[in-house]
Design a protein around this ligand. Structure first.
Ligand code: PXP
Length: 259
């Protein structure tokens, strides 16, 4: 299981003051030293955390492959092509959202998507699509000719949080918060079974499978045990823990959790 560390939240903290501290660039050497496999950053259209300059410097300086997340918008794709990261993960974006709330709505007729993928491939960049775990997302992704899919694990994380921590409000706001524990457990089991069977199907189709969103030290184990998921991209929980134990230990603890 490979770990991609999403370092956006270092820039979130910096942007709170609009100064140059903390600098996400400083995370690179720590990630390299502790054996992280990938750096993940999201260059949002509203530039709320990672800025163009960050993306450029991170891609140039990182010894690890960089996975750049961006929206399917021609301007963003042009920027991504010029930056030439190892991989681009296309994600849906809404201005009002706190974080990426769900997977892409995929269509073979969507020329923004088909042209965007073509353009990225022409620049030698591998492409991943951030999708909800559904059969349709799999088959359309295959038809679109991408190398990777990344399953959005937000629904899983949300059910897990409701079941185990009794959190009443999460950003995914599932409508089942007052369900009995046995029902929530069934939902969790079925979410995991779905991720497992779709990952196996994706593997048979020749797609690489990543997963991410809402994964943390408590809920990651079951996802990490799914054989056909090759990579996890994790941000919030690692950066949050790094405040208390430092980035190096926070990553080491996550590596231990996904072993
Ligand atoms: N993968 C993708 C495609 C994402 O958009 C995000 C959130 O930016 C993550 C993984 C990481 O999610 P989290 O910060 O909840 O770990």
């Amino acid at each position: 299981m490979k770990l991609g560390v999403n370092i956006d939240h270092i820039a979130v903290l910096r942007e709170a003051r609009r100064i140059n501290d903390p600098n996400p660039l400083d995370a690179l050497s720590i990630c390299e030293k502790v054996g992280v496999e990938q750096i993940t950053i999201h260059l949002r259209e509203d530039r709320r955390h990672i800025q163009d300059k960050d993306a450029q410097e991170i891609i140039i300086r990182s010894k690890l492959p960089v996975n750049l997340e961006c929206a399917i918008e021609s301007g963003m794709i042009e920027i991504a092509c010029a930056l030439k990261p190892h991989r681009v993960t296309l994600v849906p974006e809404k201005r009002q959202e706190v974080t990426t709330e769900g997977g892409l709505a995929l269509s073979l007729e969507d020329t923004r998507l088909t042209d965007g993928i073509k353009n990225l491939h022409a620049h030698g960049i591998e492409v991943s699509l951030f999708v909800d775990p559904t059969d349709e997302a799999l088959s359309v992704s295959k038809e679109l000719g991408v190398e990777w899919i990344e399953f959005h694990t937000g629904a899983y994380a949300n059910i897990f949080a409701t079941l185990h921590t009794n959190i009443k409000e999460t950003h995914h706001a599932i409508k089942s918060l007052d369900l009995p524990k046995s029902t929530l457990q069934d939902m969790l089991d079925s979410e995991l079974a779905k991720l497992k069977s779709l990952s196996a199907k994706a593997h048979i189709l020749g797609l690489h499978v990543a997963a991410g969103h809402g994964l943390n030290y408590d809920n990651v184990k079951a996802i990490a045990q799914i054989d056909d998921i090759e990579e996890l991209n994790i941000g919030q929980s690692i950066i949050a823990r790094s405040i208390w134990v430092g980035l190096k230990r926070a990553i080491l603890q996550m590596q231990e959790a996904i072993k």
